[in-house]
Design a protein around this ligand. Structure first.
Ligand SMILES: C[S@@+](CC[C@H](N)C(=O)[O-])C[C@H]1O[C@@H](n2cnc3c(N)ncnc32)[C@H](O)[C@@H]1O
Ligand code: SF4
Length: 244
């Protein structure tokens, strides 16, 4: 009898834990990432790029497909629906229209990575700043013109820096997307890494900086290029440099 009398509090507790777990599951993201590309275009041919550009068709994602993508966004955490992984999203001629068509409740789910190599007008930068997306990753392998242009083939350093300065100024206001940086570690920039990270954090207000080794040499390997990635394998994340 005594055993039976003590069991109700225990089972109440386990019922409460069970309820809390079910409650948590309802709100936990169902997937880690959505990795999409809104286009298969790219205007550069970076020496280390892991993307195979040989079979590209110049396709851009249409609105119907994008709406389907919007339907999946609630399944991931903020910043975990990527609109670019292998190509250059700013080359989608209607990128801002697509982003602005995302339901307000899903805008924070979205992020994308860009080389910032194509000229960006102030209107586009203003729309991005007001878009409500979570963050933009800017790829930066060097802040020296000669090194940048040798690595980011086809890119103009002056244009990149101009875009970056205006984007950072617009993102420096509360409520704007965060600015993050990705640097692929290469023989060409290994001595510049500390200075790149410092400059991106202090001058451009970066909230995160990912330093990564060449981990995907597919595209370059297919083209028979010699990769000049730094020797050690792996991937290192340095964060936060500071967080806003
Ligand atoms: C493939 S790019 C696509 C977005 C955009 N075109 C850009 O360069 O930022 C996505 C990110 O992967 C990085 N990346 C490219 N090739 C890589 C490789 N072989 N290993 C690791 N990262 C790579 C780029 O520097 C960029 O930060
Ligand atoms: S790293 Fe980005 S910008 Fe450079 S070639 Fe690859 S996809 Fe294009």
């Amino acid at each position: 009898m005594a055993l039976i009398e003590t069991s109700p509090p225990a089972s109440l507790w386990s019922r409460l834990v069970g309820r809390l777990e079910r409650f948590g599951r309802r709100f936990r993201p169902r997937f880690d990432w959505i990795a999409a590309d809104v286009t298969d275009r790219c205007n550069l041919r970076c020496t280390f790029c892991g993307t195979d550009h040989s079979g590209r068709s110049g396709t851009v994602m249409d609105r119907t497909t994008f709406q389907r993508l919007c339907g999946l966004m609630p399944l991931v955490a903020d910043g975990a629906c990527l609109l670019s992984c292998r190509f250059e999203p700013l080359l989608h001629p209607c990128l801002m229209d697509l982003i602005e068509s995302i339901p307000a409740c899903s805008r924070r789910k979205v992020a994308f990575t860009t080389s910032l190599a194509m000229p960006l007008d102030d209107e586009t930068i203003g729309r991005l700043g007001a878009s409500g997306i979570h963050h933009v990753n800017v790829s930066v392998e060097s802040l020296r013109a000669d090194v940048y242009e040798a690595i980011r083939r086809g890119g103009r350093f002056a244009g990149f820096l101009d875009n970056l300065g205006r984007l950072a100024a617009r993102f420096a206001v509360p409520g704007a997307p965060r600015l993050r940086f990705i640097t692929v570690v290469l023989q060409e920039n290994v001595d510049e890494l500390v200075s790149i990270v410092e400059t991106c954090a202090t001058r451009y207000g970066g909230s995160h900086h990912e330093l990564r080794h060449v981990y995907e040499p597919l595209g370059a390997a297919r083209r028979g290029r010699r990769l000049r990635g730094h020797a050690r394998p792996g991937r290192y994340r340095l964060r936060p440099v500071h967080d806003r």
